[in-house]
Structure formats: structure tokens, C-alpha cells
Ligand binder design. Structure first.
Ligand code: ZN
Length: 213
């Protein structure tokens, strides 16, 4: 699996620090199970964070110390084995013991369906699966907050490029886009959101409460 779109560094740092809300942490953990590059970055963040915590308050880093830390972090063995291609990555599977076949999809518009995943802790944000039929489009929208999307199966394309299995789209409220699923296979994504989407179409905005998005 070749992952070309990665989370923002601030999102990964928050994940490492344990400060992400559960829906976002679940998306990042699932991404890490699919992305060797993502696991390497998190190891580097952990190494640097540990070094900063253990450093004397006023001690300056020696020349080249950061490079040596990064090199050392890159040589550590993997802590999260990659998922076999046929299986759901473990962090997602823990929310879906019955697999994708067990999902009860809720229709939210032509070619688009969602299903909420059960979040354990009281959470102000929402974790869900989004399914976009092959060749279908999600209506153009911006985000009321932070939208973190991981592609599980299939692929979609928007103005940021093609997003395929393992890729992350890490968007804040400034981003406007219209994902269109690639032909041939439904695109299934794992999504964390902390606010409703802002659809450009007034008709869709009017119907939005019915769609549950
Ligand atoms: Zn979006």
C-alpha cells in the first residue's frame, strides 16, 4: 500500500501526546496501521518529545543531536504490524467486530451513505464511516471544524488529488472541496468530525437535518 497523503504534523503530535479526542485518535491509529511512513513519523515525534522532557531546562542541543535522534528513531522495529490487505486494520476492526458486511448504512443522498461508529467515552466529536458509490460525488462543502478522513477502500479525487487506501485528508474549516469517488469500486472512508459540514447548496443545507451529516 502506497500512502501519499499524510496527517498534519500538529495532528500527529496531538495523537502522540494523547490529547486527541477518541474519534480522531481512532482515525490516526487506523492510518498508522496502514502506513509505515506514518509510524516512522510518530516514532520520531515520541523520541524528540522524550528527549525534550528529559533534557535539562536550560541545556542547548548539541550540533547534530536532532539528526541523530531522528536516525535512531527510524531504526527502531515496528510497533504496529501492518494489516494484511484482506483484513480491516485492527483499530477500525475493534469498532466493527462483524466487519464491513455488518455495517448498517444510512442513506444520506444519491450514492452517499454514512454509519456512526460507537465511541466509548463521552465525546464532543463523531466517528463514522462514509460510503460514496463508485463515480458518485459528495456535495461541495466546507467544514465547521476539523474533518479527518482516512480512506479504507476504493479512492476519491478532489482538488487536492487522488486519495486511496491508507491516505489521510486532514482539513480544517478553511478548506472547501467536493470529493468524487473513482470509478470501479465504492469508496469507504473513516471520518472524524467535530461540527456539521457546511454544504454550498441551499437545498442540501435545508435537507441536512434529515441526512444526519
Ligand atoms: Zn470534507
Amino acid at each position: 500500500m502506497t500512502v501519499t497523503h499524510h496527517p498534519n504534523l500538529t495532528t500527529l503530535i496531538a495523537f502522540s501526546a494523547g490529547t486527541l479526542d477518541e474519534p480522531y485518535a481512532a482515525v490516526i491509529a487506523t492510518h498508522l496501521a496502514m502506513s509505515e511512513a506514518g509510524r516512522k513519523t510518530v516514532r520520531q515525534i515520541n523520541t524528540i518529545g522524550g528527549a525534550l522532557l528529559s533534557a535539562e531546562p536550560d541545556a542547548a542541543m548539541a550540533d547534530g543531536a536532532l539528526d541523530r535522534l531522528l536516525d535512531a528513531a527510524g531504526d527502531e522495529p515496528l510497533q504496529t504490524p501492518p494489516a494484511p490487505d484482506h483484513a480491516l486494520p485492527a483499530p477500525l476492526a475493534s469498532y466493527l467486530p462483524g466487519g464491513l458486511e455488518s455495517v448498517r448504512w444510512k442513506w444520506t443522498g444519491p450514492g452517499v451513505a454514512v454509519a456512526d461508529l460507537p465511541v466509548q467515552r463521552r465525546s464532543p466529536s463523531r466517528l463514522m464511516l462514509l460510503r460514496v458509490g463508485a463515480g458518485r460525488r459528495v456535495p461541495e462543502h466546507s467544514h465547521g471544524g476539523h474533518e479527518l478522513t482516512l480512506i479504507i477502500k476504493g479512492a476519491y479525487k478532489d482538488r487536492f488529488g487522488v486519495f486511496a487506501a491508507g491516505d489521510i485528508a486532514d482539513h480544517d474549516e478553511d478548506v472547501e472541496h467536493q470529493p468524487i469517488a473513482e470509478d470501479g469500486e465504492d469508496c469507504i472512508c473513516m471520518v472524524a468530525v467535530d461540527a456539521p459540514l457546511n454544504f454550498r447548496s441551499r437545498l442540501i443545507r435545508t435537507l441536512q437535518p434529515l441526512f444526519g451529516m
